[in-house]
Design a protein around this ligand. Structure first.
Ligand code: DGL
Length: 270
C-alpha cells in the first residue's frame, strides 16, 4: 500500500456518489474505486447481519484485491451494520457518514433537538442516536424512517407535487416537535435538498456530512503521509448488477454531480 493506492468506496447502489463526489472534489489527485452493490439494493429493509456480510465481502475485495489505503462506507445502512466489525478485521481506516453527521448536528444545533430521516435499518440500529448521545447525553433525537424517499429519488422524481407532498408528510412532525436540525441519514436524500428546503421554510438546518467526510479523509491521509499529490486520479466504478442500476438515477448523478460515470459489472457474490 502506498500513496497511489486507491480510496475505496462502497454503497448499496449509486447513492454513495453523493459522498464520493465530495471526496473527488476535495482530493482530485486520489485514485478512486467505487463499488455499488446493486444486486442487493436496497439495503434499508434488510437484516443487519445480511448487510454486514455484503459490506465485509466488498471491503475485503477493496482492501485485499485493490490495495485500498482508505475505505469509505458511503452508505448509512451499511455503516451502522458493518463499520465496527470491519474496523476489527481490516487494518486500513474505515469511515462512514454516522460519526461526521452526528458531530455536525451536535455542533450546529442550538436547542440540541435533532431530527433524523433515514432507512428503517439505520433508524432501528440506533447508530446515529448513540453517536449523538455520546457527544451530548442531554441531546434529544427524533428519528423516523422515510422509506418512500429512496424510491422517489431512484425514479428521478426530485421536485414534483407528489414528492413535495410526501416530504411535507414526513417532515412536518420534526418541525412540530421543535427540532432545529435535520440529519439526512441516507445517501439518496441530498438529491432532494431543494424540495426539502422549500417544505421546511428555513425552520431546520439541514445536515449531510459529505464535505466533512472528505475533509476528514484529507486530514487522515496527510497525517499518515498517504495523500496523493497528483493532479487527476483514476476513477473506477463497479456494480454487482448493471441491470439494477436505475437509468433515471444515473442520469441525475451525471447531471447534478457533474460526474462522468461509467459502471462496469463485477459480481463479488457468485
Ligand atoms: N445507501 C442507503 C443508505 O444510505 C440507502 C439506499 C438503500 O436502502 O440501500 O442508507
Amino acid at each position: 500500500m502506498g500513496i497511489k493506492s486507491p480510496v475505496g468506496f462502497l454503497d448499496s447502489g449509486i447513492g454513495g456518489l453523493t459522498i464520493s463526489s465530495e471526496v473527488i472534489r476535495l482530493l482530485p489527485g486520489e485514485n478512486i474505486i467505487y463499488y455499488g452493490d446493486n444486486a442487493h439494493f436496497p439495503y434499508g429493509p434488510r437484516l443487519q447481519w445480511e448487510v454486514r456480510d455484503f459490506a465485509l465481502r466488498i471491503i475485503d475485495y477493496l482492501v485485499n484485491e485493490c490495495d485500498a489505503k482508505y475505505i469509505v462506507v458511503a452508505c448509512n445502512t451499511a455503516s451502522v451494520a458493518a463499520i465496527d466489525v470491519a474496523s476489527e478485521v481490516f487494518s486500513v481506516p474505515i469511515i462512514g457518514p454516522i460519526t461526521e453527521g452526528a458531530k455536525e448536528a451536535v455542533q450546529s444545533s442550538k436547542n440540541q433537538k435533532i431530527g433524523l430521516i433515514a432507512t428503517e435499518g439505520t433508524v432501528s440500529s440506533q447508530g446515529y442516536q448513540n453517536a449523538i448521545y455520546k457527544l451530548n447525553p442531554d441531546a434529544e433525537v427524533v428519528a423516523h424512517a422515510t422509506p418512500k424517499l429512496v424510491d422517489i429519488v431512484e425514479k428521478g422524481q426530485l421536485s414534483d407535487l407528489e414528492t413535495e407532498g410526501i416530504l411535507r408528510e414526513y417532515l412536518t412532525p420534526f418541525i412540530n416537535t421543535g427540532c432545529d436540525s435535520l440529519i439526512l441519514g441516507c445517501t439518496h436524500f441530498p438529491f432532494l435538498m431543494e424540495t426539502i428546503k422549500k417544505v421546511i421554510e428555513g425552520k431546520m438546518n439541514v445536515i449531510f456530512p459529505g464535505t466533512e467526510i472528505a475533509e476528514r479523509i484529507k486530514r487522515d491521509l496527510a497525517d499518515t503521509g498517504l495523500l496523493n499529490p497528483d493532479k487527476k486520479g483514476d476513477e473506477i466504478y463497479l456494480t454487482s448488477q448493471l441491470s439494477n442500476v436505475s437509468k433515471d438515477f444515473l442520469k441525475i448523478g451525471r447531471e447534478r454531480l457533474g460526474m462522468n460515470l461509467d459502471f462496469q459489472e463485477l459480481n463479488l457474490f457468485e
